[in-house]
Design a protein around this ligand. Structure first.
Ligand code: SF4
Ligand code: SF4
Length: 70
């Protein structure tokens, strides 16, 4: 299961989540635009994500969903 999921339909590619990830896992991917025309954020390594939710908390558009493992 993905620990960090970006809801691309909400993401504007502002990069705030990129700047706060303590593990430097979040990037703005440049391969595919969302339906609104934005390059969106993605977590590059789900295994390395510690589910701290810093990225989700700073996102002004509530575009990030964090799942914690049991
Ligand atoms: S902070 Fe939110 S809107 Fe901004 S790039 Fe990250 S997921 Fe997208
Ligand atoms: S939950 Fe924490 S470690 Fe995982 S991508 Fe977001 S900021 Fe990085």
């Amino acid at each position: 299961m993905e620990k960090m999921l970006v809801r691309s339909e909400r993401c504007k590619g502002c990069g705030l989540c990129v700047s706060v990830c303590p593990k430097k896992l979040v990037v703005i991917q440049k391969e595919k635009r969302s339906e609104k025309g934005y390059f969106t954020a993605v977590c590059t390594d789900q295994d390395a994500c510690v589910s701290c939710a810093m990225c989700a908390m700073i996102c002004p558009d509530c575009a990030i969903i964090i799942s914690k493992e049991d």
